[in-house]
Design a protein around this ligand. Structure first.
Ligand code: APR
Length: 226
């Protein structure tokens, strides 16, 4: 079966990586406009690098959980397209070979001068020169607010061709990711939401599995695999 899965911060929550909009959300110490916009980076690149250095260190310390591993199992039995809004690498470390990072990745660095990409150092600093053009314009390869998410052509195709679309651990508040379920449904897919609580996009789903991802995702996958 052609299955398309979209994951959000909730799938990594039980690995110890904070979600964005929980009470202990990541943004509390920082305003979004200061650490997750091109303008914020231009204003204070050192602050933005410190913010992502901390996230990179948190992600390196975290371990994939049963939900990440269950999706790797799902890919062994179905034609799965895995799309994530997360910038950690827990899906890959949980066994998923192909992951579409629509908001970029903490493991990537990007030159805001020439567009060159390379593997990010664990700690990045403003004077870091781009390996290609040598300018000190290195930034995290993360899609910030106001920027266009990556791989959208491929994502729309995977959503339109899905027989089953699942959203796991996402609040359904940030577009275009929040609109994918409705698009899948319009193209004839069955839709299911797996979350700790009904999200803002709950009405776009015909099925719901409420509970922690490490419980509801393996149970859901078990029902789809021989
Ligand atoms: N199991 C399942 N779901 C969980 C768990 C858990 N243990 N813990 C939290 N959740 C759910 C919450 O109920 C919520 O719906 O995960 C979701 C987290 O929502 P957000 O913090 O908004 O994260 P996300 O939806 O991924 O945010 C989307 O917004 O800030 C931007 O670019 C950033 O990619 C991010 C995007």
């Amino acid at each position: 079966m052609r299955i398309t899965v979209l994951t959000g911060a909730g799938i990594s929550a039980e690995s110890g990586i904070r979600t964005f909009r929980a009470s202990d959300g990541l943004w509390e110490e920082h305003r979004i406009e200061d650490v997750a916009t091109p303008e914020g980076f231009h204003r204070d690149p050192a602050l933005v690098h410190r913010f992502y250095n901390q996230r990179r260190a948190d992600a390196a310390r975290a371990q994939p959980n049963a939900a990440h591993r269950a999706l790797a199992r799902l890919a062994r039995h179905h034609d799965l397209t895995l799309i994530t809004q997360n910038v950690d690498d827990l899906h890959e470390r949980g066994g998923s070979a192909e992951v579409i990072h629509m908001h970029g990745s903490l493991l990537g660095a990007l030159c805001s001068g020439c567009g060159h990409r390379w593997p990010a150092a664990l700690v990045m600093r403003p004077p870091d020169p781009c390996p290609a053009c040598g300018q000190p314009l290195a930034r995290p390869d993360i899609v910030w607010f106001g920027e266009i998410p990556y791989h959208m052509e491929r994502i729309w195709q995977a959503v339109e061709s899905a027989e089953l679309f699942a959203a796991i651990g996402t609040s359904g508040q940030v577009y275009p990711a929040a609109g994918l379920a409705q698009h899948a449904r319009r193209n004839g897919a069955e839709t299911i939401e797996l979350n700790l609580a009904a999200s803002a996009a709950a009405r776009d789903f015909s099925q719901h599995r409420i509970g922690p991802a490490t419980q509801v995702v393996p149970q859901w996958v078990q029902g789809l695999c021989p």
